[in-house]
Design a protein around this ligand. Structure first.
Ligand code: FNR
Length: 193
C-alpha cells in the first residue's frame, strides 16, 4: 500500500510558521502518493516527565496517543522551531515520555526534519540538536534537512513558499525522502519473504 507518514508541527502556538510548513510538506507528500496524517504536538498533552508519575500512573494519555500515531506510520516529519539554538522543551519532553514505551516506537522509523524561524538561520541549529535524541533512539534521520529563514514573510497566501527556488528545493527534499523510505520498505519486505 501507500507509505503512511505522520507530519507533526511541533510549535504550540496557533499562528505557528512550523504548522504552516508542516501543512505544506503534508500537501507535497499527498501529491506524491503518500497517505499523510497531519498533526500538531499540542494535540498530545502531557506533563513534564517525572519518574514518580510514570511509576504511579504509567504513561500519560497524550504520550500514548502520540505512540499510537507513530506506530501507524512508516515515517514521520517533524517541523520544529529552534529555541536558544536547541530543541524546544515541549519536543524533548514528548520524545522522553514516548521513549519509555516498549517496543520503543522511534526505533527504525525514518524521519525528515524541517524548521521555520523568523531569523536568518531558519532554526537549523535546533534540528541538529534534535538529531541527537532521535538517532540515539534508532530513528533513521534523513541526512538532508530543510530550514526556512525569515519565515514570517516566507509564505504566500495559499501556503506555498514565497521563494520559488526554495519551494523547488523543499519539493526535491520531500520526494527524495519518500523515495528512500519506499526503497527501504521494499527491501524489508524482500527480506521477510
Ligand atoms: C526563540 N526563537 C528563536 N529563533 C531562532 O531562529 N533561533 C533561536 O535560537 C531562537 N530562540 C528562541 C527562544 C525562545 C524561548 C523562543 C520563545 C523563541 C524564535 C522562534 O524561532 C520563533 O518564536 C518562531 O516563530 C517559532 O516558530 P513558530 O511558533 O512560528 O512555529
Amino acid at each position: 500500500g501507500p507509505l503512511r507518514v505522520l507530519v507533526l508541527g511541533a510549535s504550540m502556538r496557533t499562528g505557528s510558521s512550523n504548522a504552516r510548513l508542516a501543512a505544506l510538506v503534508a500537501r507535497m507528500m499527498t501529491a506524491a502518493g503518500a497517505t499523510v496524517d497531519l498533526a500538531r504536538m499540542r494535540e498530545f498533552d502531557m506533563p513534564l516527565y517525572d519518574g514518580d508519575v510514570e511509576e504511579t500512573h504509567g504513561l500519560p494519555e497524550g504520550a500514548l496517543a502520540l505512540r499510537d500515531r507513530l506506530e501507524r506510520c512508516d515515517a514521520f516529519v517533524l517541523s520544529s522551531p529552534e529555541y536558544n539554538a536547541s530543541v524546544p522543551g515541549v519536543v524533548k519532553n514528548a520524545i522522553d515520555w514516548v521513549s519509555r514505551v516498549r517496543p520503543q516506537p522511534f526505533k527504525t522509523k525514518h524521519a525528515l526534519l524541517v524548521s521555520a524561524s523568523p531569523s536568518l538561520v531558519g532554526g537549523n541549529r535546533g534540528l541538529w540538536a534534535l538529531r541527537v535524541p532521535l538517532e540515539h533512539l534508532g530513528t533513521r534521520v534523513y541526512p538532508d534537512m530543510f530550514s526556512l529563514a525569515s519565515a514570517h514573510q516566507g509564505f504566500t497566501e495559499d501556503g506555498q513558499l514565497a521563494d520559488p527556488a526554495l519551494q523547488t528545493r523543499l519539493e526535491e527534499t520531500v520526494t527524495a525522502f519518500l523515495r528512500l523510505v519506499e526503497a527501504d520498505a521494499r527491501y524489508v519486505c524482500l527480506q521477510r519473504r
